[in-house]
Design a protein around this ligand. Structure first.
Ligand code: ATP
Length: 258
């Protein structure tokens, strides 16, 4: 699914009744089968932009086109947030098939897809477990399986691994790439972690803050799988440094403002 974001602007009114321009002049496309990562310091509008693409917020002006159609409600979107909102009274399996039930998919298909995606995220054997019995990483896996089960046209992920410990996070990044390699879903992924952005992205959209604008779009010209291998280390670090130099000033400003 090709998604075009055209001249998007978003204004908010803050608690002091002052206008905040969260996003301005945002133009880029997510190509079919492309993994785009939004990166930038705190408050640069990453989540706002993801929510606009996901139809959870309306832009103040500008448009989002899915396959060339403005405000197209047809495409299905799989959304994964930092805090996975699994339904606590439903098992892993019941959570994963939730979106399929909503769509009126037959029981047989629910079972097939439920099993398939639970297997894909490595949760086979945990179908009957309840969310409270799962570790943080397992909850994220269940959330990813639920987003994938509807076989969305676009996958939206907002800091999905930021609440996890560093080791689990690294493993989940690897698994996400393996899953992505099988599904090749157009994906928009938000993170403030530069290493994560370079590891996952086909292109990194770097945002600046106040107002949130696109500072640069960087094509990561490394093989999609195995970027952390020794032979790619120099180029990996070069990209990470390039992004950090673009963000550094804004990140310092964000820190001062708290
Ligand atoms: N509902 C709202 N009302 C008022 N201002 C808002 C609202 N939502 C976001 N903002 C402001 O818009 C700007 C962008 O916020 P957003 O949460 O999109 O940034 P972010 O890059 O995702 O930040 P973080 O990395 O800290 O999550 C910030 O200045 C924020 O305070």
């Amino acid at each position: 699914m090709r998604v075009v974001i055209e001249n998007v602007e978003k204004k908010f009114i803050d608690s002091k009744k002052k206008e905040v321009i969260a996003l301005q002049n945002i133009n880029f496309a997510i190509e079919k089968q492309e993994f785009v990562v939004l990166v930038g310091p705190s408050g640069c509008g990453k989540s706002t932009l993801l929510n606009i693409v996901g139809g959870l917020l309306s832009p103040s002006s500008g448009s989002v086109y899915f396959e060339g159609i403005e405000n197209n409600k047809e495409p299905s979107l799989g959304i994964v947030f930092q805090e996975i909102a699994l339904l606590p009274w439903r098992t892993v399996y019941e959570n994963v098939i939730y979106g399929l039930e909503e769509r009126g998919v037959s029981k047989k298909e629910q079972q097939e897809k439920g099993r398939h995606y639970i297997d894909m995220v490595g949760l086979t054997g945990f179908e009957s477990a309840y969310p409270k019995q799962l570790s943080g990483g397992m909850k994220q896996r269940a959330g990813i399986a639920r987003a994938l089960a509807i076989e969305p046209d676009l996958l939206l992920m907002d800091e999905p691994f930021s609440a996890l410990d560093a080791q689990t996070r690294t493993l989940m990044q690897e698994e996400l790439l393996t899953i992505w390699n099988r599904t090749k879903l157009s994906t928009l992924y938000v993170t403030h972690n530069i290493q994560e952005a370079v590891y996952l992205a086909d292109r990194v959209v770097v945002l600046s803050r106040h107002p949130g604008r696109i500072k640069e779009i960087i094509h990561i010209d490394l093989p999609k799988m195995g970027r952390d291998q020794e032979q790619h280390r120099n180029r990996f670090e070069h990209y990470a440094d390039q992004i950090w130099q673009l963000i550094r000033h804004d990140a310092q400003e964000a820190l001062k403002e708290g």
